[in-house]
Write a protein that binds this ligand. Sequence first.
Ligand code: XIL
Length: 369
Amino acid sequence: MSDRLHAPLRHPNRRGFLALGAGALLNGPLFASDEIVLGDIAARRRLLFGASIAEEALTNPAYGALYARQARIVTTDWALKFPILRPSAEIWNFGPADRLLAFARQNRLLFRGHTLIWNEGSPDWLKALSARETARVFDEHIERVAARYAGRVHSWDVVNEPFWHDHGAPGGFRRGPWFDALGPAYVERAFRRAAAVDRSATLVLNEAHAEHDDPVGRAIRKSLLRLVDTLLDAGVSLQAVGLQSHLRPGLPRNGAAFVDFLHRLAARKLDIYLTELDVDDGPFPDPIAERDAKVAQTYVDYLREVLAVPAIRMIVLWQLSDRYSWYRDPAIMRAMGRTRPPRPLPFDADLRPKAAVAALAAALEHHPI
Ligand code: XIL
């Protein structure tokens, strides 16, 4: 457990000033003196707290100030995904990630890279390659991207979402260009390539859905433990598992079974990061106050359960404000059959704190130091 995880406490307003700049501060939102600063509350419990971040944090100064004040670590939402970095075989588009890294460094925020290898969202040019060409692109991508940010990335989601049993592949692996070209061995290959070019970053295997006790979640938990053992037995440099924690109140949960799973990961000397925390408020009633209260309670119930496990070292929301949640994507709303603007996060579309802010603060206090 590196002590980089516990950056020194800083005065939140000072960081906010850095983000806003003097001019904006004169007529921008002033910070309430009794404001809850989640990053500082988490730090007092030896936890890193943050959120995923994208261009809006740079184009909307008030949103950038919210990150500077509330977060201690940020994860790239889009900027370091393959299709953004590699829109074509000839183009390497590092601009968005470089700008977010500069913002993070200016505001003394730690920086997470998401994600070097993911079998979802691949551009057509990659899908058209032969297996041999795909393997070459795979190695080149990891080596060039990880080397570019070496020493400036707290941790990498080296492989994202390795499993999707409905694809029917052996071992329940998620199908896609990398798996189809390299087989299950792509996971070990990715970690070995990343470790070879960045010896300072914590290397993370990131997965969705393990939090739920439906057949998918149970299968993923089992497969994830098996994959972790395969990697560790092979001597792969794997230090943490990321559990996305996109909480779906409409799906079954079994706290005891999930906490047992967390202890099994911890027994393998792995840190555990909650990497994409938010709450799907779709199943909750329309009235805003009632809906926000149920979202807050969902955060509290989950965190009080999992924070009893000391191996939990990080809590990262998937954005900070409802306005920029992935659940607001029209394609995702259609896919989920939603028409109501989602309210999954602790800050509303106007960046005002909701009931979940105080709830998260209370839940964070429960983490054993
Ligand atoms: C999401 C982005 O936030 C959205 O903007 C995009 O439309 C879809 O992908 N699990 C992951 C993230 O690991 O990379 C996904 O991010 C959300 C699910």
